[in-house]
Design a protein around this ligand. Structure first.
Ligand SMILES: Cc1cc2nc3c(=O)[nH]c(=O)nc-3n(C[C@H](O)[C@H](O)[C@H](O)COP(=O)(O)O)c2cc1C
Length: 437
């Protein structure tokens, strides 16, 4: 992560806070305020009760995130699909290196223990990426799982049922075996992106990270677990997720902006904690741009791939602003095209796409104001809205709060496009107001 931060700093995209900050609510409050001002990375150099500096707001910017794969925001969906579909490169995805001699050993209590929201039960690690491997196939998997600090020996983690780690853990549990795992905090951006992505379970997310980086990923052997640790990781927590054990975790202020109540969740038994010399610790404000932007972009890219395989004319997809909504732009090919796109989007993933809006190719998919304007200005609403009752949503949804879907056709009426030509003023894009004021 430090190489990436250095490159962002050279571009003036990092601000530094030297004033001491309290990890109990204050650090989160400053992070939040900084996000209202822009997308600069913040580095807190003096965090109470720890020697490690904290960086946050690293992945808050769509253009910056797109650049990780050499794309722009406009080309991201297409370029990401090319990347994931590329046949495995002839290079090995990882390159074994010796375990560095200068890693610093410590305890969880030495790390920044950050409490974010008013009703959070405890400090949380929010940017911890869990590395584990399938017990049958040894395919490595990366995914984020919030981790509640309990003591130097114990964390409690939430593993959503639809995620690959849930399936991997279930296999270990069925054998009554603990699952070796490592939490990686402060990773190179290619690992961050690979951890956000959902790819088939038989594909390695370490190999995907190597493909994004365009070179094999250096890894060294774990200290207490049989896993290869990506060498760029700033802070590593190794341990085991215990079989048949669930303990109280939460409440925690989650990504939809509400508190998830206390539940009984798996236990991560800590075995070894260490970090690189001069390590930086990554903190991420749940539900903020740093959480939403990467997931939105990768979910949009996956949806683009799904739709493009099934239907013609798919131009772009965005899941801004909430992740649970989707906007698709199309080159209309036939009457009813938009409706087919909505239905396919709903089929593509049960967790997302609660609302799907379809717009034309020359409309923005990220700008909700523009999408809404298209919706209300292009013909009768009652024929352009589909409500699907009782279509299931999230897996753990006892009240069915995420059931149902809303589809909205905000494209120009098919065959009458000329009547809805966007007006333009000749020369409007060439005006430099400094020449006029
Ligand atoms: C910052 C962040 C935090 C997340 N926290 C959790 C979490 O606490 N529990 C969970 O199950 N998924 C969480 N997720 C979602 C999964 O980590 C993510 O969807 C991942 O792609 C799943 O990986 P998989 O393809 O290996 O299933 C989080 C994602 C991000 C970006």
């Amino acid at each position: 992560m430090r190489d990436y931060l250095d490159s962002l700093a050279r571009n003036g995209e990092v601000v530094t806070v030297d004033r001491p900050v309290d990890p109990y609510h204050e650090l989160a409050a400053v992070t939040r305020a900084m996000q209202d001002r822009g997308t600069q990375v913040v580095r807190f150099n003096s965090v109470r009760d720890t020697d490690l500096p904290v960086v946050t707001n690293v992945h808050t910017n769509r253009e910056r995130f797109a650049q990780l794969i050499g794309a722009t925001r406009k080309t991201f969906c297409r370029d990401w699909q090319t990347l994931v579909r590329e046949p495995g490169s002839s290079q090995a995805p990882t390159a074994a290196v010796a375990r560095p001699a200068d890693l610093v050993s410590g305890t969880l209590g030495d790390l920044p223990l950050i409490t974010y929201h008013a009703r959070d039960a405890a400090p949380y690690f929010t940017a911890a990426i869990v590395l584990a491997q399938d017990p049958d196939t040894a395919v490595p998997n990366l995914s984020f799982h919030r981790a509640m600090f309990v003591s130097d020996a114990e964390l409690r983690v939430r593993i959503g049922e639809s995620h690959d780690l849930a399936a991997i853990y279930a296999k270990a549990e069925a054998r009554n075996e603990p699952l070796d795992a490592a939490m990686l905090i402060g990773v190179a951006p290619e690992l961050f992106a690979a951890a956000c992505a959902s790819i088939p379970r038989d594909a390695s997310e370490l190999a995907l990270a190597a493909r994004i980086a365009g070179q094999p990923l250096p890894v060294y052997p774990g200290d207490a677990v049989a896993l290869d640790i990506p060498a760029s990781t700033e802070v590593v927590i190794e341990g085991q997720i215990l079989p048949g054990e669930r303990r109280r975790e939460g409440p925690f202020g989650e990504f939809l902006g509400y508190y998830v109540p206390e539940g009984r969740n798996p236990v991560f038994d800590v075995r070894s904690v260490y970090w690189r010399p001069q390590a930086v610790f990554h903190s991420l404000l749940c539900g903020s741009a740093e959480d939403r932007v990467p997931l939105q972009m990768l979910n949009a890219a996956a949806t683009f791939g799904y739709l493009s395989k099934r239907l013609p004319g798919i131009v772009d997809v965005s899941c801004a602003p909430s992740l649970l909504n989707t906007t698709v732009s199309i080159e209309q090919q036939y009457d009813g095209h938009a409706r087919d796109v909505m239905m396919a989007a709903f089929e593509s993933n049960q967790d997302y796409h609660k609302v799907c809006v379809v717009v034309d190719a020359d409309d923005s998919t990220d700008d909700v104001t523009e999408v809404f304007r298209a919706l209300v200005s292009r013909g009768r609403l009652d024929k352009r809205v589909i409500v699907i009752e009782d279509m299931p949503g999230f897996y753990r949804d006892p009240h069915k709060d995420h059931y149902g879907r809303l589809g909205i056709d905000a494209t120009r009426p098919y065959g009458r496009e000329a009547e809805f030509e966007k007006k333009a003023i000749p020369g409007q894009n060439d005006i430099d107001l400094d020449d006029w004021l």
